[in-house]
Design a protein around this ligand. Structure first.
Ligand code: PMP
Length: 421
């Protein structure tokens, strides 16, 4: 039936100002272009993925399939099945030295949901959420969504992108409600040493309203001699810390969507309340798969250590390659599967048949154009001097990508600066 003009007029197509205020994720800018090129048959190498390139280990997938076969397909308790929450408590006690009971744990559809719920559960309008930069961009938008104000604390390549406790202290006010720490870090790969976390804890302790959300999702993807310290295990910090972890990264389970939060019951119960309204709980099948993941042994046992070994080999290759490259500054990434390199030396240089490279976004466009390699501009993570390179691809792919990057950058090294940026 034909629609009358009157129908059109009556529909108010506006959406809430809250939604309009969300910034589109910059992380997609280059990867969307790369995808379009690949679909057109261009042999682009994409190093922009935020997920492991491995398949979910067979024992985990099998547990998921068994859950379906056994008819384990109904709603579960909002906070997650008890046996999974018990297994999470055992893991946190044995691997992280933090004691929780199952009523202090909420399992969600991914750690992302755990984080957004935590921010909503503890922040009120006008509260400040302290976020070290470079950051995982979702933290910022999540804080805004909860009507809190993100307060950015910059870090630098020279300092391995680790928070300077004095600078942190200078940013804290009576409105500071939540400090978000991410170690090992996306996007930098930095790992916070225990001593630095202790210094941060001493500062946090001086601010009675301040809580800490410790995002430990990359915990197992860490390279010796670096070791992981859970913030909640530090003296006096248990009461103030919300520990977030999940299965996406270490167990190559991004699509299964399981993560969790653990913390003092009053906060975690508030997260559970939000979850009850939003999703009624995590997927039943994935919870059984997550239980099998925790059954693989300490830190994921042999299955996870094989993946971590491969990541380490690639990390070593990437660090060595970029250390040798002119105009590139690189930190000491000790975890996750990213290197975050400072390429600002190239800004202001004219590239043939391209124009002037102005910033991290045009640097990435240049590489996509000339090297057919897709990276993520650092501006997506609050640091325009840098770009993020994911090494969650095979070593052979990485070798080819590095070769192409080198070949496209070398001609630029003899080009004079044409603009200051
Ligand atoms: N924290 C960080 C730092 C991440 O990089 C991610 C995924 N990109 C998450 C949390 C969320 O992970 P998930 O929702 O897949 O569990």
């Amino acid at each position: 039936m034909a629609r009358s003009n009157l129908d059109e007029i009556r529909v108010d197509i506006s959406v809430s100002p809250r939604v309009n205020s969300f910034k589109p994720p910059k992380i997609r800018i280059i990867s969307d272009q790369a995808k379009a090129l690949m679909e057109a048959g261009v042999p682009v190498i994409s190093l922009s993925a935020g997920e492991p390139d491995f398949d979910t280990p067979a024992a985990i997938s099998e547990a998921g399939m068994n859950a379906i076969r056994d008819g384990f397909t109904r709603y579960t308790p909002h906070a997650g099945i008890l046996e999974l929450r018990q297994a999470i408590c055992r893991k946190l006690e044995e691997e992280n030295g933090i004691a929780y009971t199952p009523d202090q744990v909420v399992v969600s559809n991914g750690a992302k949901q755990s984080i957004v719920q935590a921010i909503h559960a503890v922040c009120s309008s006008g509260d400040e959420v302290i976020i070290p930069s470079p950051y995982w961009a979702a933290y910022l938008e999540m804080a805004r969504m909860a009507e809190a104000s993100p307060v950015i604390v910059p870090t630098s390549t020279a300092n391995n992108f680790l928070l300077d406790p004095k600078l942190l202290e200078s940013k804290l006010t009576e409105r500071s409600r939540l400090l978000i720490l991410c170690s090992p870090s996306n996007p930098t790969g930095s790992v916070y040493p225990k001593k630095l976390l202790e210094e941060i804890a001493q500062i946090v302790a001086k601010h009675p309203r301040l809580l800490v959300l410790s995002d430990e999702i990359y915990e197992h993807i860490i390279y010796a001699p670096a070791t992981h310290t859970s913030f909640a295990s530090l003296p006096g910090m248990w009461n103030r810390t919300l520990t977030v972890n999940g299965f996406s990264k270490a167990f190559a389970m991004t699509g299964w969507r399981v993560g969790y939060i653990a913390g003092p019951k009053h906060f975690v119960a508030a997260c559970g309340k939000i979850q009850g309204l939003m999703t009624s709980g995590a997927n039943s099948i994935s919870q059984k798969a997550a239980l099998a993941a925790l059954g693989l042994g300490h830190a994921g046992g042999e299955v996870v250590s094989i993946m971590v070994k491969a990541f380490k080999e690639r990390r070593d290759f990437m660090v060595k390659s970029f250390r040798e490259m002119e105009g590139v500054k690189i930190s000491e990434p000790q975890g996750a599967f990213f290197v975050f390199i400072d390429v600002s030396w190239y800004y202001g240089r004219q590239a043939e048949e391209f124009g002037v490279i102005e910033d991290s976004e045009s640097f990435c466009r240049f590489l996509l154009d000339k090297a057919q390699v897709a990276l993520v501009p650092g501006s997506a993570f609050g640091d325009d001097n840098c770009v993020r390179i994911s090494y969650s691809s095979s070593l052979t792919t990485l070798q080819e990508a590095v070769k192409r990057i080198k070949e496209s950058l070398v001609p630029l090294t003899t080009r004079p600066l044409v603009s200051s940026h």
